[in-house]
Write a protein that binds this ligand. Structure first.
Ligand code: AMP
Ligand code: ZN
Length: 489
């Protein structure tokens, strides 16, 4: 793969270096990304991680791979302390709102899908839910138990970290040493079901008041958050698959535990390339729902937040995210977003010009090919979108020079530039031209409706004219009459 386009290098967090990507099966890629825990609206930080992996997915497709992209929905088992203590995040929200947990799950899954669509993120091929895979999770726990890496305690099952560490290094992904981890964990208080503090729950026995629970060979309970991802990735991608992604904050313990669970159940380290996206920060601190240091995408699209002086198109926000490499932190400021808007507009203007310019007979040859090659070399270098953008702006310079008559390119080169720029801007970066998705049939329809309203007014048929105005208002359209005529928005 990629002899013309070059080798794809991926930074593998497990190895701490960039490595040439070699899929397990030529031409195919299995990609798993940890999805959201659907107990609240996704904030812009969550979106950054999902958009980063949308870029990865898009580029793999562009390179010609057949990708199976699995991104789960965590709808049970993620506890408030992100480990084994506290309440289930979804059950807690359901209790507070006096709703069924599945109402919470549905509401925030819908919100997540809407936001991803606004950002033009391609839907994964499979979006499994944890509650839909309880049987697979029980089977995996049984395999870990059978292999001697877990134990039962009071109807709960815990992974025996120290036992595992005798044969496999626990902490290899996050670079932690088991001795340090042990030294840093608090002592068990005697009430604890665990044998050792580092052990983590695969299955938890449910108290009678617990709402989300299922029967298992060990009694009524619910699965551990780490186990869900192991069971779902194994089911759809196999015991070993190519790429696993998620935010940096999931490296430990979530992904470390996934490695341990996969290895303990079938003897294979589950993932070949671990990829971790860095955090979106606000005021220099991780954007996070629990600390209140977060922004919702909708606030950006409507401009309704004190940090902003105007609204921003989702594509501007996406462009803003593409200006940073996925492994670098990105700080959100309204100035940076304003600058991204200028950059996005400039790129889109050039895309329009690219459609309009024509190839010349007396063309300078040899300018286009190196620019196009630079698109590939940027993305082949661990999906380096900011370098790709810089290289696309080299092409923008050339397009503008041709437009101004200061340079010319051959018809053949122009065709190549068009094809590759469209591919990289629209297909790989996932940007859309402003208004490209808008339904432009609304304008003639509104002209017709307003004409009918005007006719009714002329005939003093106030019932009809009010009905039209109220009907439009209900659809979120405001009609304004002034001495210059009628307008709507
Ligand atoms: P959660 O719903 O908490 O399980 O998180 C969903 C995804 O969002 C995970 O991959 C997290 O790593 C990621 N995430 C959470 N906060 C941020 C942030 N501030 N910047 C980037 N990614 C984040
Ligand atoms: Zn996960």
């Amino acid at each position: 793969m990629g002899s013309i386009k070059g080798d794809l290098l991926i930074y593998n967090s497990l190895r701490g270096e960039k490595l040439v990507f070699e899929p397990l099966k030529e031409g195919f890629v299995g990609l798993y990304v940890c999805g959201p825990t659907v107990y609240s609206n996704v904030h812009l930080g969550n979106c950054r991680t999902f958009i980063s992996f949308d870029l990865v997915y898009r580029y793999l497709i562009h390179l010609g791979y057949k990708v199976r992209y699995v991104r789960n929905i965590t709808d049970v088992g993620h506890l408030t302390d992100d480990a084994d203590e506290g309440e289930d995040k979804i059950a807690k929200k359901a209790r507070l709102e006096q709703l069924e947990p599945m109402e919470i799950v549905h509401q925030y899954t819908m919100d997540f899908h809407k936001v991803m669509e606004q950002f033009n993120a391609i839907s994964p091929n499979i979006e499994p839910t944890a509650t839909g895979h309880i049987i697979e999770q029980i089977e995996m726990i049984q395999a870990i138990l059978d292999n001697g890496f877990a134990y039962e305690s009071n109807g709960s099952i815990y992974f025996d970290v120290e036992k595992y560490n005798e044969t496999h290094p626990y902490g290899e992904l996050s670079g932690r040493k088991i001795e340090d981890l042990i030294a840093n964990t608090r002592d068990l208080d005697g009430q604890d079901e665990k044998r050792a503090p580092l052990d983590f729950a695969l299955w938890k026995n449910a108290q009678p008041e617990h709402i989300m629970k299922w029967p298992s060979p060990w009694g009524i309970g619910f699965p551990g958050w780490h186990l869900e991802c192991s069971a779902m990735s194994t089911k759809y991608l196999g015991e070993q698959f190519d790429i696993h992604g998620g935010g940096m904050d999931l490296k430990f313990p979530h992904h470390e535990c996934e490695i341990a669970q996969g290895t303990a159940s079938n003897g294979k380290s589950p993932v070949r390339y671990w990829m971790h996206g860095n955090m979106l920060t606000l005021n220099g601190k991780k954007m996070s729902k629990s600390t209140g240091n977060s922004l919702l995408p909708e606030e950006l699209f409507s401009g309704e937040n004190d940090l902003l002086d105007k609204s921003y198109d989702p594509m501007v926000v996406r462009f803003f995210m593409m200006q940073a490499h996925y492994r670098s932190t990105l700080d959100f400021t309204s100035e940076a977003l304003g600058a991204a808007e200028k950059g996005y507009n400039k790129l889109m203007e050039a895309m329009k010009s690219l459609d309009e310019i024509v190839g010349g007979k007396e063309a300078d040859s040899g300018q286009v090919k190196p620019i196009v090659d630079s698109f590939y070399s940027a993305m082949n270098d661990d999906f380096n979108a900011p370098v790709l953008l810089a290289n696309l702006f080299e092409a923008v310079k050339l397009i503008n020079s041709v437009k101004d008559g200061k340079a010319s390119v051959s018809t053949e080169d122009l065709a190549l530039l068009r094809k590759e720029m469209q591919a990289f801007v629209y297909d790989v970066l996932g940007l859309k031209a402003p208004g490209s998705e808008g339904d432009n049939r609304i304008n003639p329809v509104m002209d017709l409706v307003l004409e009918l309203r005007q006719q009714a007014r002329t005939k003093k048929d106030w019932d009809t004219s009010d009905k039209i105005r109220d009907g439009l208002a209900a659809a979120g359209i405001t009609v304004k009459d002034s001495k210059d005529g009628t307008s709507w928005n």
